[in-house]
Design a binder for this molecule. Sequence first.
Ligand code: KIV
Ligand code: ZN
Length: 388
Amino acid sequence: MKKIKIFDTTLRDGEQAAGVNLNLKEKILIAKQLEAMGVDIIEAGFPIASNGDFESVREIAKVIKKSTVAGLARARKEDIDRAYEALKYAKKPRIHTFIATSDIHMKYKLKMSKEEVLNQAYEMVKYAKSYFDDIEFSAEDAYRSDPDFLCEIYAKVIEAGATTLNIPDTVGYALPEDFGRFIKYIIDNTKGIENVDVSVHCHNDLGLAVANSLAAIRAGATQVECTVNGIGERAGNAAMEELVMTLKLKKDVLSVETNIDTTHIHRISTLVSSLTGMNIQANKAIVGANAFAHESGIHQDGVLKEKSTYEIISPEDIGLKKELNLVLGKHSGKHAFENSLKEMGIELESEELLEAFKKFKDLADKKKHVTTRDVEAIVNNKTYFKEV
Ligand code: KIV
Ligand code: ZN
């Protein structure tokens, strides 16, 4: 089995999500949880961006021992110096330096020629290498860059000492099959690439970040960059929980594995959501409130008889304690209703059960979700609903 490294950038790209601002204590809390669940690399921030970012990278670098701690730096001396200062206490430090390589970015943003970008990347990776061994180089907007230019610049930074090459789809523009082919082309045509990690960093502008990351893994990528709940710039980044659970479920198909203990997923997802104030949509894969909720009578009946009829992942796999999460609503059948009663410790004779079920159905026609309290009220013959 090939190991896929999980590079989490919740504290850097994730924090770039509009409206998100985490304080030092909150960042340390998240970093410790990421380490506990087995994340290989934690990108703790962008040290030159602000004093707050610098301080959080430095403090995270001091407390995290098992995971590598990365700090972002543009391919500039002052950024790299600042990243070094923040990371120097880390047990496993990594400088992650980047420069844009697409024609659009080079012309309008950097106002630099290809030769200048190539040279700057080479010199700055060499400079970063004078501080630490572990250096990641990203070609920003790689997917919209000339592939042959990318192969040239990647070969050059390998020569300068880069140990990970990151290939971002910065604006989330790729389709999975195309992205897979693109990654394979770079792997097949970059001198020295077999000695380094190949990473991808996919944004979710078209909702394809996870699919694109998986296509890249199939093409040979050995590291994926992601965030908890998929938060990040604009529509966000590849969602860590989706990637990790897919890799776990499709382990044999893809012949890969990760170091992640997935039973931490529910906890980290809830933590990040509550600290960032970014709510998780109810139907979000893996961590949404409805991800394990079976509403229709047919589904509920199936799950009660045999979980695998409608469940491909057990709630326990992501750390949810409750075995079954049945939502009672108008589509629920008698079996599910009876089961909920049992879970509440209520056993009824068949006639009472029929009567209670009829009342429940009348209520469910008026109220979207019938709660435990409603069910209690039904069996106790009280006025059972407040909000209709
Ligand atoms: O999206 C991107 O290209 C980035 C780089 C800095 C890796 O976040
Ligand atoms: Zn990004």
